[in-house]
Ligand binder design. Structure first.
Ligand SMILES: Nc1ncnc2c1ncn2[C@@H]1O[C@H](COP(=O)(O)OP(=O)(O)OP(=O)(O)O)[C@@H](O)[C@H]1O
Length: 744
């Protein structure tokens, strides 16, 4: 892999030792030697230790040299890597670039792709991916795999300068310890690495703009295991994914914060005494009003039949409303009809302006529904004397606020007349555990769209078996909703309160899957936390483990998994004794496991263990009107989340949607809908807006999946990456599909 890159570029490596003596290490490109005149070397020595582009005037012509600087520790030498090609510093072998093409913001997926790429680029016995936040002076291990290090390699940020990570943070350049030896240790963690058996280390920064936002740390058990070319290649890889890594870090941080906040709020709501609920809601409105600087916020309870409303608590400028039941305001009625936030504004002519509050000195208002068990039970209303209440920002904030309030408001009975008076000490019923389970049950399966008989039967079967702890095997083509169904089963199961852990056997490189599933023995590990790395099976303890693409499991792992199921215990790598576990196993595959058993590719005993009940999800083409329901749902969602007018499919377009075979199922449908939402003009999507292959369905009714895919492949000029993206499936998924259809 590495050689492919280097063969295609003229480049050379020179060593500058501490006495400024220059030594050529190798020269793939003869031209570069021209650059090594004394004057140029002076210039080189002034460069900062990070990649730079320098232009030399050599002989009669100018050459632009891309220069990368690396440090090889053990001595104070620097290595310079020089390239002649104008795009030398951005080049990456095509297979790596392709791995970055399918855009994703899923932090886990990005981390996995990085691990896969690095493991394809070079061999190592230990890999750490570190996220760094220089502003907050903190760092964390995003992923670690490989030999466990003896001792704690974690250093507090204040002492980070002594570590290899600190060095690359300061210099923004890679660091290569080609031969770790006690006489030549450079960093505080080197003795521990050496004791563990590592003989070489490579540390590469991940730069985003001018900032180090992370690092890749590799350990090797052989001296000279990594070379300067590895450092260069990994720097290149890191540069390509740095943006995705940066953004996924932000997303992850936010989702952690959101989860923590929601857990915090839920537990507060749970422990709130009944006679404190109104005080809580009152305080909440006051805090929200102070934080948002809106003039007025109030919370209104609705009766079960949605005929009446009642002011419950308010903050800021008071409304001329009493705390008693009255017929619905028409804005609240509009909110109920839209089942989403509605805004009014004096200024935006596009927003229909009928709000009475606007006549009372307010210029914008917002009405946000609070739902419980999919029923709107209250409204959070805001009014402002500027445009703030009708801004998309405020809608986003109120969406979160209403979701948070839902569990508190749910504790108020919402029948007319049954509302406790403020500060009353009347006891309200607490939701029971059964209530909560029922709640989740509705939410899990209700997220699955499809009223076709075949789909309804499938959902019903799944809901029925969810309550038992039998292992379930979910089969179906790629993108049919296997994971969605698995999650719904978990949410309706006895272990709904436990974790739902997903392992996609196809997405994780085979050599890393074992530790991903089974984890490591105890000892210092990521972030210096004692206890090793728990595998996903252990993480799923008292919950559900969803093994996606189970057909991709190697024979060794099949055997180990079988043992886990039979013995109900796991043995992390290197552990002294097994750990007992209780996990509900759901698995999924798009492959025919029975014929894999016949071919000797899948263990029969494991198959019997996994599919005590099989649920087959039909492909989209067999679900009739579901296609239109899903399309409509996706269009509505896009319009709502972007605050734009809704688009609908014309009858002709609907017809073509029904005729098409949807080889990529719902993922493909989502891709097409996204594109139509962006590019189709006007509020109706017509047949001519549809992609060509859908329009072909108009004339060619007897299209088979094979013909469909073959036609698409030709249309994309054989570019499988582009086709996989179009179908909304991974390249591995496409490869399997082509193989199945005999098109490979
Ligand atoms: N019936 C459905 N209603 C709403 N959304 C759906 C439905 N089925 C699938 N989806 C959505 O389609 C996408 C693909 O679904 P999912 O990942 O569950 O499919 P899968 O069969 O597990 O795919 P793969 O085999 O490729 O892993 C997801 O975004 C999912 O939320």
């Amino acid at each position: 892999m590495r050689d492919e890159l280097f063969e295609s570029f003229p480049f050379g490596i020179i060593r500058i030792d501490s006495t400024n003596k220059i030594q050529r290490m190798n020269h793939y490109a003869k031209q570069l030697t021209h650059a090594l005149d004394p004057e140029s070397l002076e210039t080189l020595l002034t460069l900062k230790p990070k990649n730079d582009i320098t232009t030399w005037s050599v002989a009669n012509h100018q050459i632009a040299l891309n220069v990368e600087l690396f440090m090889v520790s053990g001595d104070s030498n620097r290595l310079l890597l020089l390239g002649l090609e104008p795009n030398f510093t951005s080049a990456l072998p095509p297979q790596f670039e392709r791995a970055l093409e399918d855009l994703t913001t899923d932090p886990e997926e990005i981390v996995l792709r990085i691990v896969t790429m690095i493991s394809e680029a070079t061999s190592f016995e230990r890999f750490d991916l570190v996220r760094v936040n220089p502003q907050l002076r903190k760092y964390s291990y995003a992923y670690s795999i490989g030999l466990e290090i003896e001792g704690s390699i974690y250093a507090p940020y204040s002492q980070i300068r002594k570590t290899g990570l600190g060095w690359i943070l300061e210099t923004e350049a890679p660091q290569l310890s080609s031969s770790l030896q006690p006489e030549g240790f450079s960093f505080s963690e080197d003795p521990m690495l050496y004791r563990t058996g590592f003989r070489s280390a490579l540390r590469v920064p991940i730069l985003f703009g001018h900032e180090v936002i992370g690092a890749i740390l590799l350990g090797g058990t052989k001296a000279l295991q990594f070379e300067i070319e590895d450092a260069y290649l990994i720097s290149q890889i890191s540069r390509h994914f740095s943006q995705a890594f940066y953004h996924s870090g932000i997303i992850q941080e936010r989702s952690y914060q959101a989860m923590a906040t929601s857990a915090f709020l839920h537990s507060m709501a749970e422990n709130l005494k009944d006679d404190h609920i109104l005080d809580f809601l009152n305080d909440y409105c006051i805090q929200l009003q102070i934080a948002t600087q809106l003039e007025s916020i109030y919370l209104c309870l609705l009766d079960q039949t949605h005929q009446q409303q009642k002011l419950l608590v308010s903050a800021g400028r008071k409304f001329p409303q009493k705390n008693e039941w009255k017929p619905l305001d028409k804005e609240i009625a509009a909110m109920l009809q839209a089942k989403s936030i509605v805004c009014y504004s004096l200024v935006h002519t596009s927003i229909q302006n009928t709000d009475e509050l606007l006549n009372q000195g307010f210029t914008s208002t917002l009405y946000a529904p609070i739902e419980h068990r999919e029923t709107i039970v209250a409204a959070l209303v805001a009014a402002a004397m500027d445009e703030k209440a009708s801004s998309p920002y405020m809608s986003g904030l109120f969406k979160v606020a209403t979701e948070q309030l839902s569990s508190v408001v749910a504790r108020l009975p919402n029948a007319p007349g049954a509302v406790p008076e403020p500060n009353s000490s009347r006891q309200l019923p607490k939701p029971t555990r059964k209530d909560r389970l029922q709640d989740q049950e509705t939410s899990g399966f209700s997220r699955i769209i499809g009223s076709s008989k075949i789909m309804q039967d499938t959902i019903q079967n799944a809901a029925r078996v969810a309550q038992y702890d039998f292992p379930i095997l979910i089969t179906g083509e790629t993108g049919t909703g296997k994971e969605l169904l698995a999650k719904a089963i978990h949410q309706s199961s006895q272990v709904a309160q436990g974790p739902f852990i997903v392992v996609n056997s196809a997405a994780i490189p085979a050599n890393l899957l074992e530790s991903e599933l089974f984890g490591y023995q105890e000892g210092a590990f990521s972030g210096g936390v004692k206890g090793g790395k728990p595998g996903k099976i252990l993480l799923a303890n008292r919950g559900t483990l969803f093994l996606d693409e189970i057909g991709e499991l190697s024979p060794e792992l099949q055997a180990k998994l079988l043992r886990v199921i039979q013995e109900q215990e796991i043995e992390p790598l290197g552990a002294i004794k097994p750990i007992p576990i209780k996990v509900r196993i759901l698995s999924a595959t798009h492959r025919d496991l029975s014929s894999m058993v016949e071919q000797g590719e899948f263990r029969e005993d494991l198959l019997y263990r996994l599919n005590s009940i099989e649920i087959k999800i039909p492909p989209l083409r067999e679900r009739g009107q579901d296609i239109l329901e899903l399309a409509e749902h996706m269009l509505q969602f896009l319009a709502q989340s972007h605050d734009t007018p809704e688009k609908t499919l014309s009858p002709g377009a609907q017809d073509l949607f029904l005729k098409y075979t949807w080889p990529g199922n719902i993922r493909q449908l989502q891709n097409i809908i996204n594109r139509l939402y962006v590019f189709a003009e006007g509020s109706t999507i017509h047949t001519q807006d549809l992609p060509p292959d859908l329009r072909v369905a108009e004339t060619d009714k007897g299209h088979s999946e094979k013909e469909e895919i073959a036609g698409l492949l030709a249309e994309f000029g054989g570019n499988k990456t582009a086709l996989a993206q179009y179908l909304g499936i991974t390249r591995t998924g496409l490869w399997k599909k082509l193989k199945r259809l005999g098109l490979q």
